[in-house]
Ligand binder design. Structure first.
Ligand SMILES: [Zn+2]
Length: 324
């Protein structure tokens, strides 16, 4: 009898997604792709700021080709919301004058960039279009810890880069356009997509960090994955959905941990609870084992996330699918 096993992470997800280019306001753009990582761009008077870089230069160039139909201004700043490979390794395609991240992201790239590259390539091979086009790790040229303001020139106002606290990683930043009330939230908020929390700080994220994200009062929000949230109701719903996912995961994994159960039991219980609401959304099955393992590690007292390597990915995946 054949044994049916769940394919590892997103390794069986090989069908190209439909990409949607949207002009959110005059000179403000986003590209979404049915749950694949989103990217964005903001025009200044004589330059462009790009937000996120995609997994490879080849994948980034397809986005830049669309952007070039609207503007030929040079990319002065490439802003990376956090260190994950599928968002940063396409950076060389932008020829940006400066690559901006949070200071902690610079440290995380130094500490675990190589391991994360191998891990993400194994988990999401489809996103790594022509992986040989990646020249090496992406490292920032400019970092900050709390806030950085980029004046856009003319009457375009500012682009504010801000740190909201520990969340999806230790060093996530968001990009905020006060004049247009548009927020690029990176992976701190997902709109109708599951959350990846394998490198997260669940308790901070679900409380003070999401509070800080909500406090911008955005009327348009581009999350890390999923459709653009348009209007205050949709923005609130995306933030609430992200918080609910975290709250449920914390509650259920916390219960099993407190009663001295196993991480495999915590995974099964969390899957049962979240599957009806989140199961049909992108990368739910892919993320959940890594999410549960990370929160379990946090409860065990590992404040700093254990590095995911290609090997650890497979071990944790196999153990949790078998319910160990
Ligand atoms: Zn991420």
């Amino acid at each position: 009898m054949a044994v049916v096993t769940k394919a590892f992470a997103s390794s069986a997800d090989l069908e190209r997604k439909v990409e949607t280019f949207t002009e959110l306001a005059d000179g403000v753009y986003a590209l979404t792709a049915e749950g694949d990582p989103n990217v964005g761009a903001v025009e200044g008077e004589d330059f462009v700021v790009c937000f996120e870089a995609r997994a490879t230069p080849v994948a980034a160039r397809r986005w830049l080709d669309l952007l070039r139909e609207r503007t030929d201004k040079p990319v002065r700043y490439l802003v990376l919301s956090h260190y994950h490979a599928v968002r940063v390794l396409g950076a060389s395609a932008f020829d940006a004058q400066e690559i901006i991240t949070h200071e902690t992201t610079r440290e995380l790239i130094a500490e675990r960039g190589e391991a994360d590259w191998a891990s993400e390539l194994g988990r999401m091979p489809r996103l790594f279009e022509e992986p040989d086009s990646i020249p090496g790790l992406t490292r920032p040229t400019l970092t900050f810890t709390d806030r950085m303001v980029i004046p856009l020139g003319g009457d375009r106002g500012d682009l504010v880069l801000a740190y909201c606290g520990r969340g999806h990683t230790a060093g996530d930043i968001v990009a905020w356009l006060p004049k247009k009330k548009i927020l690029f939230a990176g992976d701190l908020v997902e709109a109708k997509a599951a959350l990846y929390t394998g490198d997260a700080f669940h308790d901070d994220w679900a409380t003070t960090t999401l509070d800080a994200v909500a406090a911008f009062g955005a009327e348009t929000l581009v999350g890390g994955r999923g459709a653009v949230a348009q209007g205050t109701e949709a923005v609130a719903a995306a933030i609430a959905q992200s918080r609910h996912f975290l709250d449920e995961l914390r509650r259920i994994v916390g219960e099993v941990h407190r009663r001295g159960g196993t991480v495999g039991e915590a995974f099964r219980a969390t899957h049962t609870a979240l599957e009806p609401e989140y199961g049909r959304w992108p990368i739910f099955e892919h993320c959940l084992p890594f999410d549960v393992q990370r929160y379990w590690d946090e409860l065990d007292g590992h404040d700093w996330p254990v590095v995911w390597t290609a090997e650890r990915d497979r071990e944790v995946w196999a153990a949790l699918q078998e319910g160990r």
